[in-house]
Design a protein around this ligand. Structure first.
Ligand code: VG1
Ligand code: CO
Length: 544
């Protein structure tokens, strides 16, 4: 194979964040920028010659150009086989599945997930390892170091590959398979869930749904599985055609950005289930008629009912949640006698626990949940979990949630995001919080007394690696918590996140508006952080 070496100079900003490298498209379009990063990925790997790489993305603007470059770089660097989703498309969980199923060495996923797309918006790239999951911090640290000293990259000299038709090609010993992006994933879902029962329930009119694909990658997956295989009415899946700019919206499944779905679910004659997924198909929002299920509650409800799902019928090994996720799932784990792990934010921290079979289900407050079926969070999987649950329980979503609260109590929860804050101000806010930590325990605000205040540090129970500076936690004697974190996925300034949580055992207090119930904690959070004061904002950019 003819390859060419191109000289290059390093860029100093190629440090991967919570989930890969995310920058404005214009940044990625700088000469050699994408190439430097991809070569740095390969320079951080060993023993991949002749092996398989999975490639695909969420279809956002620049996906098509980027994938052709990566194909030629992977070829020049010595991979033996490339498995690529047709059109250059693969949802993140589908890519994870392909890596596992075909025993690939790893995969490259092109996505900035829930961030907007288009020529002036965001692009992203991430490397997944052989277990199908995001590369661990040890790898991303090495990759960043390599990106700072890179001097050249390699590109094979052949024409662009036709990605629009399924194909099996060979170029000088390199195999390229262009495959249907949905087939293998749909097959996996049918193995996990009771498709027959869901189909019967839909056909009998007991189950109905609307799924907002937000013009992102899950459109083709949801159409095929929900409408074609399970028989949901045509049009149940809407905004189903993936667009390079997601139709101009944020492909982020929450009530702010998936407002069309929200209006349906709070309108006249809503279906039994409402759901949405994000840009790359790993997030999910679950709604019922007139109710929004917080992702933290959704995880807890899944854990409590896992035995109703064929793949988990024999019971689950344990559960895990990211630190800022509410403690609702902890209560289920305690009641069922299951281990429960608290990890830093980001799916990469669940990989070791899943590989070691210490957990079966895991999730994050940020609309992500998943299981040991892949090593990424999985939006459509969560939707199918709920459909299966609803088919078994034959109850409205609202009743399932309320019954859950009756049994375990309710963890009233919300997150306030302050986006695009000046980085220096955001750092000052976090530093100021950090300085107060030692003096907080024992301090009172009304009924709230601080029990502990620390900066979260995680020691992985499998490989003992330590990840520090993972967010500021303030816990109160009644179990309430306030957590502060700086986002690792934003591309403009800094995004500050405040996570607020309060436990309510009393059934009579369960039907409260979260913002009202959390008002006192919201106030304490401002007193401690002075975010509004220092950033000059009067309210959060987004509340979820
Ligand atoms: C956010 C979420 C985090 C999630 C990450 C990737 O990170 O908070 O829970 O794992 O996005 O999700 P951050 O650092 O901005 O808080 V996705 O759907 O981008 O793959
Ligand atoms: Co995502």
């Amino acid at each position: 194979m003819q390859t060419k070496t191109y000289n290059t100079a390093p860029y100093d900003d190629q440090k991967p964040g919570t989930s890969g490298l995310r920058k404005k498209v214009k940044v990625f379009q700088q000469p050699g920028y994408l190439e430097n990063f991809v070569q740095s990925v390969f320079n951080s790997l060993a023993d991949f010659q002749g092996k398989t790489l999975v490639l695909g993305g969420d279809g956002r603007y620049f996906n098509r150009q980027a994938i052709q470059i990566i194909i030629k770089m992977a070829a020049a660097n010595g991979f033996g086989e490339l498995i690529i989703g047709r059109g250059g498309l693969l949802s993140t969980p589908a890519a994870s599945n392909l890596i596992r199923k075909y025993h690939a060495f790893g995969g490259i996923i092109l996505s900035a997930s829930h961030n907007p797309g288009g020529p002036d918006e965001d692009f992203g790239i991430k490397y997944n390892v052989g277990n199908g999951g995001p590369a661990p911090e040890k790898f991303t640290d090495a990759l960043y170091q390599n990106s700072k000293i890179i001097t050249s990259y390699l590109i094979a000299q052949f024409d662009d590959i036709d990605l629009d038709n399924d194909a099996e090609l060979e170029i000088d010993g390199l195999k390229i398979r262009v495959i249907d992006p949905v087939d293998d994933y749909a097959e996996l879902m049918a193995e996990i869930f009771d498709f027959k029962l869901i189909k019967q329930s839909i056909a009998a009119g007991l189950l109905s749904l609307r799924f907002d694909a937000m013009h992102a990658i899950t459109g083709p997956y949801a159409k095929r599985i929900l409408e074609n295989e399970l028989g949901a009415a045509p049009g149940s899946v809407f905004n189903a055609v993936p667009l390079e700019d997601f139709g101009g919206g944020h492909p982020d499944p929450n009530m702010v950005h998936a407002h069309e779905l929200t209006e349906i679910m709070f309108g006249d004659n809503p279906p039994v289930l409402g759901a949405a997924s994000d840009g790359d198909g790993d997030r999910n929002m679950i709604m019922g008629a007139n109710i929004f299920v917080t992702p933290s509650d959704s995880l807890a409800i899944m854990a409590a009912n896992a035995r109703l799902i064929p793949a988990y019928a024999k019971g689950i090994k344990g559960v895990a949640r990211s630190m800022p996720t509410s403690q609702a799932v902890d209560r289920v784990a305690a009641a069922l006698g299951l281990p429960c792990y608290e990890t830093p934010t980001g799916w990469k921290f669940f990989g070791n626990l899943l590989d070691a079979d210490k957990i079966t289900l895991c999730g994050e407050e940020s609309f992500g949940s998943g299981s040991n079926h892949v090593r990424e969070k999985d939006g459509l999987w969560a939707v199918l979990f709920w459909l299966n649950l609803l088919a078994r329980k034959r109850q409205p979503v609202e009743d399932i949630v309320h019954e859950h609260w009756q049994t375990y109590g309710r963890d009233i929860y919300c997150r306030h995001d302050y986006e695009a804050v000046d980085l220096a101000i955001a750092n000052e806010i976090i530093d100021h919080l950090r300085e107060q930590l030692d003096s907080l325990p024992g301090k009172n605000w009304g009924a709230y007394t601080v029990k502990f205040a620390d900066e979260f540090s995680y020691t992985d129970p499998v490989d003992n690696s330590v990840s520090s500076h993972q967010g500021i936690r303030i816990g109160f004697t009644d179990g309430s918590r306030i957590v502060f974190r700086m986002s690792g996925t934003g591309t403009i300034g800094a995004t500050l996140r405040i996570y607020l949580e309060k436990f309510e055992k009393n059934i009579r207090n369960h039907d409260q508006d979260a913002q009202l119930a959390l008002a006192e904690l919201i106030d304490i959070a401002e007193q401690l952080s002075r975010i509004k004061k220092l950033s000059g904002r009067t309210e959060p950019s987004v509340i979820t």
